[in-house]
Write a protein that binds this ligand. Structure first.
Ligand SMILES: Nc1ncnc2c1ncn2[C@@H]1O[C@H](COP(=O)(O)OP(=O)(O)OP(=O)(O)O)[C@@H](O)[C@H]1O
Ligand SMILES: [Mg+2]
Length: 341
């Protein structure tokens, strides 16, 4: 659909993606693991939202839940509204039309996402057949164009090669090409550039921002790299033990974390610029998702914790303007604390 054919009645401010109460649980031999709990966030058209948090905090589970890719014994509840429709409740047929077309995902593990018995070119083609009217010649041209964009050398030859013939970095690029094939309106990108060198990483992030500018593509970007968050994201959400504990504009959150976990993650890193700056690790062990502490799940690792934190889970409350939220009983104290040097 070109810009001129977009119905004028569509409210321009309508949020692209609206996630409400998204909760994902897995039955395990050790009990029920709550991998994502009551996750709420919005992504406006053309907005890039960074999702950060330590390993196991639920970032990938959240993206997979949005795409309805959680398999048994996993269970997903809550609402994921996209263009006014609920993806969680959407019939499978309709979901197939949305997935890969309007919404695409770049997976953290390229090998699990690529089909091992289909050449890369055919996998790009599959998407184009399902979601566009391009003819065979146009599809091949588009596939070549995508391979060039993501920096795969000798694309004519490589189109006919299988995933096992690609190196890890090349597989990741191929997956990005597949995800971008149909110019999605929403891209869920799970560590899309982690395995790539800095030059290609910059190129791909630039491409995502370009698509955002030209097509108002919305992006949820999972990354461990704070330099990437600072350089590419408009807003960010911080996850701990399956919950969003802080969210706001990147500028606000970097300037003054309101949650002790965010404060720890950001540590004393430079607060801007393009340099690679990985999340800091935090003292203490990540919680056991089948046996979370009462009250605030972060309290055993928190230097700000008091009695109330052991008993009452803090809600993700508004703590400022611009949708700034934090789930901490002591957010004012945290915001006022001396920066970590
Ligand atoms: N199929 C499953 N069965 C049981 N537990 C699962 C399953 N999938 C994910 N989990 C659990 O859910 C939790 C969150 O996992 P998730 O992959 O979302 O973490 P993450 O934040 O993406 O971490 P990373 O930064 O390492 O990618 C983990 O504790 C994981 O073990
Ligand atoms: Mg992950």
């Amino acid at each position: 659909m070109t810009a001129s054919t977009v119905p004028t009645s569509l409210p321009q401010t309508a949020p692209g993606l609206l996630v409400r109460g998204l909760t994902t649980t897995f039955d395990t031999s050790r009990g029920v693991a709550i991998a994502a709990a009551d996750v709420d966030f919005d992504v406006a058209p053309g907005e890039v939202v960074g999702l950060v948090g330590e390993s196991g905090s639920g970032k990938s589970v959240t993206l997979r839940s949005i795409m309805r890719l959680i398999r048994e014994p996993g269970k997903v509840t809550g609402r994921v509204e996209w263009g006014g429709r609920d993806l969680v409740a959407m019939p499978a047929e309709e979901l197939r039309r949305v997935r890969g077309g309007e919404i695409a995902m770049i997976f953290q593990e390229p090998m699990t996402a690529l089909n091992p018995v289909l050449p890369i070119g055919a996998q790009i083609e599959e998407n184009l057949v399902a979601h566009t009217d391009l003819n065979r010649r146009q599809r091949r041209e588009r596939a070549l164009e995508l391979m060039n964009i993501v920096g795969i050398p000798a694309p004519e030859r490589r189109l006919d090669e299988y995933p096992h013939q690609f190196s890890g970095g090349m597989r990741q690029r191929a997956m990005i090409a597949i995800a971008l094939a149909c110019s999605p309106k929403l891209l869920l990108a799970d560590e899309p550039t982690t395995a790539l060198d800095v030059t290609i990483q910059d190129q791909i992030l630039k491409l995502l921002l370009d698509l955002r500018d030209r097509m108002a593509m919305s992006v949820v970007l999972v990354t461990h790299d704070l330099g990437v968050v600072a350089a590419t994201c408009d807003r960010m959400a911080v996850m701990y033990a399956g919950r969003i504990v802080e969210t706001g504009t990147v500028a606000d959150v970097f300037a003054c974390p309101n949650h002790p976990y965010t404060r720890g993650l950001l540590g004393s890193v430079p607060r801007s610029g393009q340099s690679r700056t990985m999340l800091q690790s935090i003292d203490g062990t990540p919680p056991n998702l089948t046996d979370l502490p009462d009250g605030c799940a972060f309290h055993p690792r928190c230097s700000f914790a008091t009695e109330i934190c052991l008993k009452q889970r803090p809600p993700l409350d508004l703590v400022g303007t611009d949708g700034r939220r934090a789930a901490c009983h002591h957010h004012e104290r945290v915001a006022a604390a001396e920066p970590i040097l």
